[in-house]
Design a protein around this ligand. Sequence first.
Ligand code: SF4
Length: 363
Amino acid sequence: MKSPDQATSLCHSCPKLCRYACPVAETDQNEATTPWGKMSAMKLSENGILPFNRETASLAYKCLDCKASEGACELDNPVPETLFHYRAKAFAAKVAPPSILTYAEQFQKFSNPFGIDLQKKMKSLLPREFSTPLKKIAYFPGCSEIQHFPKSTAHALVLLRKCRIDLELFHEPILCCGYPLYAAGDIENFREIAEINIHAFQKYREVIVGSPTCLQTIDVTYRQLGFRFSTRFYHVVEKIKIPPTSLHPLPELRAGQRIAYHDPCHLGRARGIYDPPRQFIKAATGVEPVEFFTNRANSSCCGAGGLLPISSPDTARQITMNRIEEFKRTGASVLVTASPECACRFKAIDPKIKVMGLLDLLS
Ligand code: SF4
């Protein structure tokens, strides 16, 4: 991995080759928020040419962590990771955007972004048999799934057991991977959550994860921060391998409704998982999903990543609306995605469209 200095130097001397890949710059129509503009600002602040004040620091938060610039960059320059390094610097210097500082403070109360006891909620919704400890494999839903898509957790557990995977529900008190703190730049508290989670994960040989963002955070970011652990992590869609005859779709989907599949950035571009969700939709409903105009590695982001809805709500909203317009142009009537965070975002911005989690296609 390139150091922040190497990464910002590369961008600063680059003729903006990824200019059109960044949805934030495209939406803002602003050179300052292109990957080149944001990385150059960080470089100039390191060199003492720009002050590292609230205005400069705010550019580090103009990033969705969608990996689109990395996909377009011949040099694989890690723009989001580098900008997150500067978020940490901004947070420590108290020059992060005030909305971010408030958000991180609220997160601390329950160690999740929703301000509720998620462990209690999850236990009340699921059969006791899934909470029996001492298995070597666990299911970690992630906090957005528990809060907004608890049925997905139940479906995941039942389907994984049908696949003869002897697993339990992750039963430790913290049910958030800490990504919101990482994206806020609150590295100190993020490290603390990571340490607690890793201690719990190490009891398992494998952990199957519901949220692609949690998976990316645990399996990649924790390791980038120097944590070492042997547990293997998978997204749930990688593990569900059962014949279509065992899958029973919701009655309303049997009429051959057209379904469009949205690739979550942290499952697609970050991990290269494109076919398994499409195969699952075909197996569950008997119908091939419809494709968005931008899909797979070129898929547009849903607008929820990197805490952009907190730091730049208008830009984030426009990005989500653009993706929803793209969905409407597919002619499909249901938008399905493998990420609870993307699904929540679409629902929040346009409650009229029908949005479903992948596993919620089943009755
Ligand atoms: S991410 Fe790559 S292509 Fe984009 S400005 Fe930086 S070096 Fe250039």
